[in-house]
Design a binder for this molecule. Structure first.
Ligand SMILES: CC(=O)SCCNC(=O)CCNC(=O)[C@H](O)C(C)(C)COP(=O)(O)OP(=O)(O)OC[C@H]1O[C@@H](n2cnc3c(N)ncnc32)[C@H](O)[C@@H]1OP(=O)(O)O
Ligand SMILES: CC(C)C(=O)C(=O)O
Ligand SMILES: [Mg+2]
Length: 595
């Protein structure tokens, strides 16, 4: 065993409440990180630190991301991606591996010959430690008007030394320093050039050895605060919990020579799904620069996702210094260039990440939005500027150019809050609380039966089918006459046709709902109106000229129910609501709902 400071953990006997049993997988074939590499730090500062500002971000989509694609980007795609990164505000961009392919070489030439990159953008090119390939790399940079970084890499971890490169520690160090000398000789006179070294698989390399190589490189390249060297320490294959990477970075941060002449950079991959955590803890541990890919494309499970990292800062009140205010345009471009779709649950950018289906979340979000609007009104601060505290939404979707349309969607997991939200935002409909509860039961039955989502339009359709029954010639009770009468004493005359027999009655009221209810009762149909509210509909959803809506609660015997009516005026809507209630209480029967 190589590791130090390891507490050997023997699995305890499982407690009685844990019935898990050994799996059939050969987990014994793998070794934890502590037995693969010494993890030297015992006295660590990173756990007590906080993130306070954005690091220097360096997208490597055009190199590391690109080399992981089944179909690497063509020149048009590379260019489109590069232009996106420039628009977003990245100032240091790794544009390719010029010795690897003609496309990569040509892209660097394009930037050099056209001068199309803004002058404050540094162009990074990547090369292995082989003289012929370094020559080709440097050649690609001829005439480049921008500042450049030549990025040299070689794997340093024991397995790579033994299995891949066939070199011992000293031989490998010599190869790396030779590569460093070649870079200096071939690129050292380029105007505005700096150098970067990556000990590939840093995270599995002995700390003392990698520290020695890094110090030798900064000495060779004469790192100064004016012309610092970038030391990029990759977790090429992620093998440990993020605290281990943080320890490794803090160890380097504290022990590197010429620390003030080094830009300490990290380059996590995401094999364990903790690339983001590795990068964040590495920043706490002293890293100043982060390499990764926008949305995390890259070898295997990808490079660390620098979009998520940046928006994580934003969500903590720290400006990431990169503009994600049109996330969907960024996403479209990245998807086009990589030919890979983003997962619906991808942090910040996925289709579903601002959406709640579940009832209690929807209820909280709806209340949160209402509170946000109220606070904005009362404080006079714009909604888009006001501090954000809507439950379940870590950031305001509007910050990244998203609308609120998809925030609440209704299915069988939803409750009345979500239903009400969709009817409110889609149709301007505010349901009384008891009607919300009643309608939610109908929606639940519907979504349980179909197993599918129901849209705002679907909800409105179900609402109409349930409460807003329209008159039909087969109705046993029909309103066939209505007239305002009386001179000194205003009254309303009602004519009903009940099972083919006419009933006319006069009522000393001008309230048509009251008059019609009494008439219905006198015609032998018991129904009591418990209350009604009038609303106006936002659009002609009931018919262009019928924008008044009456929502009415009734009782027949021990049964309570709700009905609704539309009309061109509040009285007309009221009458239709009463007749709707009569039809619901004494149905000649609407058929089953079909959305
Ligand atoms: C973690 C990373 O992302 S590292 C970057 C990986 N990216 C890429 O590999 C994409 C581009 N690569 C390529 O186009 C090619 O691999 C090239 C042009 C670099 C080299 O191609 P080839 O000469 O055909 O060699 P090949 O691809 O087989 O590479 C392996 C050789 O490079 C050596 N090698 C690997 N890494 C390095 C390095 N950093 N410096 C020097 N030599 C290296 C290997 O030991 C092996 O040598 P061998 O042939 O003597 O055994
Ligand atoms: C920085 C280079 C060597 C890299 O892509 C890696 O190690 O993952
Ligand atoms: Mg990488």
């Amino acid at each position: 065993m190589n590791g130090t400071h390891v507490t050997t953990i023997t699995a305890p006997e499982p407690p009685v409440w844990n019935r898990q049993r050994p799996s059939r997988m050969p987990s014994h074939r793998y070794r934890d990180v502590y037995s693969r590499v010494p993890v030297p730090l015992t006295d660590r500062d990173w756990p007590g630190r906080r993130l306070t500002h954005a690091p220097l971000w360096v997208p490597v989509d055009l190199r590391d991301g690109n080399q992981a694609l089944a179909e690497p980007m063509d020149p048009a795609r590379k260019r489109r991606f590069f232009e996106l990164m420039v628009r977003m505000g990245y100032k240091e961009i790794e544009v390719g591996y010029p010795s690897a392919s003609q496309t990569d070489y040509d892209f660097v030439r394009l930037l050099a010959e056209t001068g199309s990159a803004p002058s404050d953008v540094t162009i990074v090119v990547f090369t292995p430690a082989r003289r012929d390939l370094i020559e080709r790399t440097v050649d690609s940079l001829r005439g480049m008007p921008n500042p450049v970084v030549v990025h040299l890499y070689t794997a340093t971890a024991p397995t790579w030394r033994e299995v891949v490169l066939g070199k011992d520690r000293d031989e490998l160090k010599r190869i790396i320093l030779d590569g460093g000398r070649d870079v200096l000789e071939l690129a050292g006179t380029l105007p505005n050039v700096r150098f970067e070294f990556s000990p590939e698989v840093f995270n599995l390399t002995e700390p003392g050895y990698v520290l020695d190589i890094c110090d030798s490189m900064t000495e060779l390249w004469q790192a100064t605060p004016e012309r610092p060297v970038i030391l990029n320490l990759p977790a090429t294959v992620e093998v440990a919990t993020p605290n281990v990477y943080a320890d490794q970075i803090e160890y380097m941060h504290k022990h590197l020579a010429r620390r003030d002449s080094v830009i300490l950079s990290v380059h996590p991959h995401n094999d364990r799904g903790t690339g983001i955590a590795c990068a964040e803890l590495a920043l706490l541990a002293g890293a100043q620069r982060v390499e990764g890919c926008i949305f995390g494309n890259g070898e295997r499970t990808g490079n660390v996702d620098i979009a998520t990292l940046a928006l994580n800062l934003h969500a903590q009140g720290i400006d990431p210094m990169i503009d994600f205010s049109d996330i969907d345009e960024i996403r479209r471009t990245v998807e086009h260039c990589t030919r890979m779709p983003l997962h619906e649950r991808h942090p910040y950018a996925g289709d579903l990440v601002h959406t709640a289906f579940s009832g209690t979340h929807q209820d909280a979000i709806r209340k949160g939005f209402a509170e946000h609007r109220r606070r904005a009104r009362e404080s006079g601060v714009a909604e888009s500027e006001l501090d954000w505290r809507v439950p379940y939404l870590p950031i305001d979707p509007a910050d990244i150019g998203r609308t609120y349309d998809a925030v609440i969607r209704v299915n069988s997991q939803s409750g009345k809050g979500g239903i009400v939200h969709l009817l409110e935002t889609g149709y301007g409909l505010t349901l009384p609380r008891r009607l919300q509860i009643d309608f939610a039961r109908h929606v639940q039955r519907h979504t349980d039966t179909t197993g599918t989502e129901v849209t705002a339009a679907g909800l409105w359709s179900l609402f109409r089918h349930t409460y807003l029954t329209e008159p039909s010639t087969v109705d046993s009770v029909r309103l066939t006459g209505l007239e305002a009468t009386g001179g000194d004493t205003p009254a309303t005359r009602i004519t009903l046709t009940v099972d083919g027999h006419e009933h006319t009655s006069t009522h000393l009221t001008t309230d048509p709902v009251e008059a019609l209810t009494t008439a219905v009762n006198e015609a032998g149909i018991p129904i009591e109106i418990l209350g009604h509210v009038q609303q106006s509909l936002d659009s002609g959803d009931c018919g262009e000229d019928r924008r008044a809506l009456c929502l009415l609660e009734y009782r027949t015997g021990s049964e309570r129910g709700w009905a609704a009516g539309c009309g061109d005026s509040a009285p007309a809507a009221g009458l239709n609501a009463v007749m709707s209630a009569v039809r619901r209480a004494h149905p000649s029967g609407p058929g089953p709902f079909r959305p």
